[in-house]
Design a protein around this ligand. Structure first.
Ligand SMILES: [Zn+2]
Length: 421
């Protein structure tokens, strides 16, 4: 029996026997340890800890951050020393940072959000309904699909009347624990509907926007009720040991499960699902994007963290035909993102900057639908807080994001060539 399973079983027994419901995991005593493997053997040694109850939390080609329970800290440390792997403590007290997060407890009135706190799924959906009602000549909500647990994947369409226009799709929180992404996404919606800036308002003359702030509602709800670090969907995935969920961003049909870009282990955080589009959330996004594919010009997916502007592919190092165009747009956007607070974004392909990742929504949209521009963002930060970005960074993240989005949409409007000139 693996440590992870043991932890889950103990947790379930405590849940049902003592509380009759699932008490929230406190993460008391957990640390985030950064490891710097320098060769394939050392990477293997780091990865092997996933089987033993350690969450491979985030990272790139240079380091991996591990979320380590208190009972494993000593053993992990010994193993790293034995294998000659350099480490540093990234977050000393995970619980303290979780406690700093502020989740809204007020009633949403007339679709007004504050970008100094995080919101529950119900609040975000209320925001969408209210904003659509207030701006009913240009905005309406629609349901992209149903989740495994039967929740609506509610999105908003912002489109001036008259002819249909080229379409821009934005999604966030396909990874449940990346709360900053849904928060920035609601800010984009707010700006499209409520900003007085002529530049932003002019986008609505040229484009129709389709925006899905919480792409993984089951997982997002679970991060609020039970486990702050849940990443995947909440589907039963055939695991004999009852591990749950699929990494929805490995479940799309682009080199699915090839090249080590996802995991076949249902207990892993990068489990690719039982087949391409085995999870309803991924299949629903596919179906909706396909329905607007003839006019889809820009696909944007928001993730955290690391401050990267990423483009296809995550499969291998082969540059896409628009590599230089993407690099130049990414670099221009990065410059704009940095103006307000000096935040440093880096542009590049997923494979070059991050790691091998196959079956992502962006790569599938790029290859199957041929959208002119497909980008994935890793928002703030670069590791200090990671997925637990403190609420006082939400507004700065959102406003600096808009600065770069302006540059990207200006480039889009100038025309993106299919092949580098
Ligand atoms: Zn993510």
């Amino acid at each position: 029996m693996t440590m992870k399973l043991l932890t889950v079983l103990v947790f379930l027994v405590v849940c049902f026997a003592y509380y009759g419901f699932c008490e929230k995991l406190s993460y008391s005593g957990y640390k985030i340890i950064r490891t710097y493997p320098e060769n394939e053997e050392q990477w293997e040694a780091v990865r092997s800890w996933e089987e033993r109850g350690v969450d491979l939390f985030s990272g790139n080609r240079e380091y991996a951050n591990l979320l380590v329970p208190p009972q494993l800290l000593g053993k992990l440390n010994e193993s790293m020393i034995e294998n000659g792997i350099r480490t540093s403590v990234e977050v000393e007290d995970v619980k303290r940072i979780i406690d700093m997060e502020k989740v809204n407890e007020d009633k949403i009135v007339e679709g007004r959000l504050e970008w100094d706190r995080y919101y529950t799924l119900a609040d975000v959906h209320q925001f969408l309904e209210d904003q659509a009602a207030i701006h009913n000549t240009i905005a309406s909500t629609f349901v992209v699909g149903m989740t495994y647990e039967g929740r609506n994947m509610t999105a908003i369409r912002i489109s001036k009347s008259g002819e249909t226009r080229p379409a821009i799709w934005i999604d966030a929180n396909i990874h449940a624990r990346e709360w900053i992404t849904g928060a920035v996404c609601t800010y984009i919606i707010d700006q499209l509907l409520n900003s007085n800036e002529t530049e932003i308002q002019s986008w609505l003359d040229d484009y129709d926007f389709y925006i899905l702030p919480i792409t993984n509602p089951d997982g997002y709800e679970f991060t609020h009720t039970t486990d702050r670090f849940w990443r995947k969907s909440r589907s039963h995935n055939g695991s004999p040991v009852n591990c749950m969920g699929t990494d929805l961003n490995r479940n799309f049909d682009f080199h699915w499960m090839e090249n080590g870009g996802a995991s076949s282990n249902p207990c892993s955080n990068t489990f690719a699902g039982t087949a391409p589009f085995s999870d309803s959330e991924a299949a629903s996004v596919r179906d909706f994007l396909t329905s607007i594919s003839s006019r889809l010009v820009f696909y944007l997916s928001l993730h955290s963290a690391g401050q990267y502007i990423l483009f296809p592919t995550g499969f291998d190092a082969t540059p896409i035909p628009q590599y230089n165009t993407y690099m130049s747009i990414g670099n221009l956007a990065a410059e704009a993102h940095g103006v307000r607070h000096g935040t440093n974004f880096t542009a590049g392909s997923v494979y070059n900057l991050m790691y091998t990742a196959t079956g992502s929504s962006m790569d599938w949209t790029w290859s199957a639908l041929g959208a002119n521009l497909t980008l994935t963002y890793e928002l703030r930060d670069k590791g200090e807080f990671g997925h637990l970005l403190p609420p006082d960074q939400i507004y700065p993240s959102a406003t600096e994001f808009m600065d770069g989005l302006k540059v990207i949409i200006a480039e889009l409007s100038n025309g993106i060539p299919d092949v580098d000139p």
